[in-house]
Design a protein around this ligand. Structure first.
Ligand code: HEC
Length: 175
């Protein structure tokens, strides 16, 4: 019984690990080159180029949130290309996202409001997506070379659309 469980756990972790490591290499060569160049100039850029989030926190009539349906749709299309390999379908993330990995860092967390994404203000979420977390020993890539600031906002809208009204409200009140 114990052995079967162990085997199952290792097979699952293998699948999750290969899914995660497969994602950046699935980008075409041009994107990969851009990505590498971007990573190497990251520190210099980061120092002077921190994105200032525009005043987007206002109610949209359709959604009662800061973003409209159009942003959600655009964000989902990008998400399904670039993020789904690690954060999985609809941002459900890895089940054991709180357990640190042997090689350092943590598995991709859920972005759908069930983990701690709502602890971060909009500007910080934007920064994490733009600059990644690789310098902190995580596998979260930097997307600033391939996505505009506005597309990053689309992505945030897309995963926030899975948040319950309660979670969204707590996020608004917290930041
Ligand atoms: C190679 C795997 C991988 C890919 C691809 C990836 N991520 Fe991540 N992401 C991670 C990991 C791992 C973390 C957690 C880092 C940590 O906490 O150590 C993370 C963290 C995040 C966080 C912070 C979440 C929080 O609650 O603190 C956001 C937001 C995020 N990713 C968004 C995205 C978006 C949007 C995309 C697609 C453009 C994307 N990620 C693609 C691996 C990935």
């Amino acid at each position: 019984m114990r052995l079967t469980k162990l085997t199952l756990v290792s097979v699952l972790s293998y699948i999750v690990a290969s899914l995660c490591s497969a994602q950046p290499s699935e980008l075409n060569t041009e994107l990969q080159t851009k990505y590498k160049q971007y990573q190497s100039t990251l520190a210099a850029k980061k120092a002077k180029d921190l994105f200032q989030v525009p005043d987007v926190i206002h109610q949209n009539k359709q959604t009662q949130r800061w973003y409209g349906i159009e942003r959600i749709d655009k964000g989902k299309a990008i998400y399904n290309q670039l993020c789904i390999g690690c954060h999985l379908k609809d941002g459900i993330g890895t089940e054991n996202w709180q357990e640190s990995l042997d090689e350092g860092g943590y598995p991709p967390p859920p972005l759908n409001g069930t983990a701690h994404t709502w602890h971060h203000p909009l500007g910080q979420l934007h920064e994490v997506i733009k600059y990644g977390l690789i310098e902190y020993g995580s596998s979260m890539p930097a997307w600033g070379a391939v996505l505009s600031d506005d597309q990053i906002l689309d992505l945030i809208a897309s995963f926030q659309s899975y948040w319950s009204d309660e979670t969204y409200q707590s996020w608004l009140e917290r930041h």
